[in-house]
Design a protein around this ligand. Sequence first.
Ligand code: M6R
Length: 612
Amino acid sequence: MGYLGRRQAKGILLEGLRHLEYRGYDSTGIATWEGTDFSVVRAVGHLDALIEKIGDLEICGTAGIGHTRWATHGAITEGNAHPHRSCDGKVVIVHNGVVENFLQIGTFLGAQNYRSSSETDSEVLANLIAYHCAKEDGAGGHSAFLEGVRRALLHVRGAYGIVAMHVDFPGEMVGARNSSPLILGIGDGEFFFSSDTAGFASHAKDAIFLNDGEMAHLVGGDFSICTLSRERVEAARRAVEWREALVEKNGYAHFMLKEIYEQPTTLRNAMRGRFSPDGSGTHFGGLQMSTRELLQIDRIVFCACGSARFACAIGEYLIERIARIPVEVEYASEFRYRNAPLDKNTLVVAVSQSGETIDTLSALLEAKRKGFRVMAITNGVGSSIAREADGGIYQHAGPEIGVAATKTFTSQVCLMAMLAIHLGRLRDLSCEDGTEMVDALQRLPSLVEEALELDDAVRSVAEKYAHCDHMFFLGRQSMFPVAMEGALKLKEVAYVHADGYAAAEMKHGPIALIGKDCPAFFLACDGRMLEKIQSNVQEVRARGARIVVAVCGDDRGVSSVADDVLILPRSHDITQALISTIAVQLFAYHMGVLRGCNVDCPRNLAKSVTVE
Ligand code: M6R
């Protein structure tokens, strides 16, 4: 966060940091310009710890910066928290990202007597800026501060979104970005910086999303944007939308629960206006591909991380089955460096709720660099991934505050089904089958509402397993990614060691772990696989595990061999995975709450992972 204006900065920074809390962090801090010097206060832990530390301190000033840190370089300590101050006391800086060559820069600076006191790469950057500013004389019409920052950044390798202030340039502030988001908010005679519009949306009217290699300079009640090579940039402004209701809990105990319950609405939003008039297909406004180009696609490669990757894995089943196009799902972080051979008709699709995950963004850029057409599926309107892609599909799920993906996951799965139908109808999917699938999608929100009625039943099941420290989630076909998502959710919000497996794989090794203290949660909702999964349930049960099953409709006796049964609504095959997800989301939520975990902000996790 950064603020420069006429109002007191402290409250605005703290409010902004509060709205950025959902991104996940472990320490915080602010610095304000008090007229003669900076006041810097930092604290380990959540924002309340910082507020308590500030207490009655007179933290004045109408310019300031603030930060929530998710530790990369150096432990979670006050000394490593931001803002960082250069050793000569001149510069304060907040920094997201990683300076990859910080050791080399640190060695160089050490020789010039600029030494760090923390373990962070960010303090090295503060020193580097101070060093270059000290050498600047302001000649050439540029602000010496801006020029010092620019020269410093020319030496940096890695990712950064920074905001900096300098003692000798009290009315100025500089922000810059490379691979880590930074947005300039423009209010009435005041300016803001934030890595997400949520940081200033209640104050600013307009926003400018900086591009990589751009710097924004605030001075004299105005702003300018230029590149690292000093070219002036005329950036487009976007209106800032502030929808307070979406970032409040609205009576729910946690954001995670609220967002689970929002899913009927977010699914309607994902589908709105995207069915073809004859009701047999789907269409998307932003693909930027002609029918001819869509028909030429002979392979799809999805790149994503975490839950988004599991949504892609469901997409793989759907697209291969419905559109008969081969699909591969890649860990975005691996794809970037793997140099995978792709042919010219491959469509690369980056999937990311935030649109800022650096691994996914880097994979997208790598595919683009090689000349491939790249599409994005994201909830982040105006995000880096949205802007870098050639075309794409917005999820329209609204802000997701809980760190664990819930509503954004199901909206991605819904869009996968819609994409499969779209590509299928251009190929061999009949009008009749298309119509049946579209009908299934239209019924989806009310079936999800029905699934949510299981909430109390799921809580009762969770009560029985809340003491367990290990758990397997098992499924076959499209239930397999649901199993992986269920395991990820449980790990994230309940700190239970969990694994999601293709049920038939158990006997190839993992079954060695099964026993009375390691229960298994079976997703048995794929009608075609019920007999097979029943055998898998028996194999696990025979080794003493307690069994939870989620079933729907006629389960061919699967539930009779389970300890606990959750009965979900039966739907069409293309929507069953999505409906089954509700059970594992609720289960993870209740397990987390019963185990006393902070389900909205789990330890060690960040919502937007902008480091590699
Ligand atoms: O913003 P993204 O969808 O790119 O995020 C990807 C993962 O970091 C994310 O899905 C993560 O696994 C979540 N914490 C899952 O709940």
